[in-house]
Design a protein around this ligand. Structure first.
Ligand code: F6R
Ligand code: ZN
Length: 190
């Protein structure tokens, strides 16, 4: 059997710190700060205050050591979303569809408390609670965003087809039909 050139590579392993929720020696470390989140929260003034007064705090990080973005490979990463709120709204990731929309993703939560919020382009919306040991299956065609409702980082190990790609534009325009707030000390999905 002759393997496609994109499939020819040697096996490797990676060390994760499951307590801290980081990937050691990750080749890519993407950091999103509060100022990267303009346009995503209801309370725009609260976000500007956070940026000004909190010295533009880190919102979330993604650690990855890439594999070829080709059919047959699996991409994997650690997503680490810090705790906090913008006004009453809990910190969240931007969220995206996959560019190849028919590709799924598995999130295994390693630490923290929160939700995975998912929606289709037809407007269906679902949420799944996340906590250590919980696996969330994001089916093909569902945009997905994680939300940290706890007091420590919400950390997940994610795996998806390496060719999937990320489409941020559509969900940035559409938004998610639901948001998660803290109201009178309670976590509320509205
Ligand atoms: C990859 C994936 C996650 C997110 C990460 C950051 O397909 O879903 O690794 O990329 O949680 O969220 P976004 O990409 O929405 O900024
Ligand atoms: Zn994804």
């Amino acid at each position: 059997m002759t393997a496609l050139p994109t499939l020819v590579m040697d096996p490797f392993s990676i060390k994760l710190d499951l307590e801290e929720g980081v990937m050691h020696d990750a080749k890519n470390h993407l950091v999103r700060c509060a100022s990267d989140m303009r346009g995503y929260y209801v309370d725009k003034a609260a976000l500007e205050e956070l940026i000004a007064e909190g010295n533009d705090p880190v919102h979330y990080e993604v650690f990855e050591t890439p594999v070829p973005q080709a059919y047959g490979h699996l991409m994997y990463c650690v997503s680490r979303l810090h705790p906090g709120k913008v006004g009453d709204e809990f910190f969240m990731t931007k969220g995206h569809y996959h560019s190849i929309v028919g590709t799924a993703e598995v999130y295994l939560c390693l630490r923290g408390e929160g939700y995975m919020l998912m929606k289709t382009s037809e407007g269906r919306c679902k949420s799944e609670p996340m906590s250590r040991g919980k696996m969330v299956y994001v089916p093909p065609c569902w945009a997905h965003r994680s939300i940290n409702t706890g007091r420590e980082p919400l950390v997940s190990f994610c795996v998806y087809p390496a060719e999937a790609g990320h489409n941020y534009g559509d969900i940035a325009q559409e938004g998610f039909p639901r948001r998660i707030f803290e109201r009178k000390g309670q976590c509320v999905i509205e």
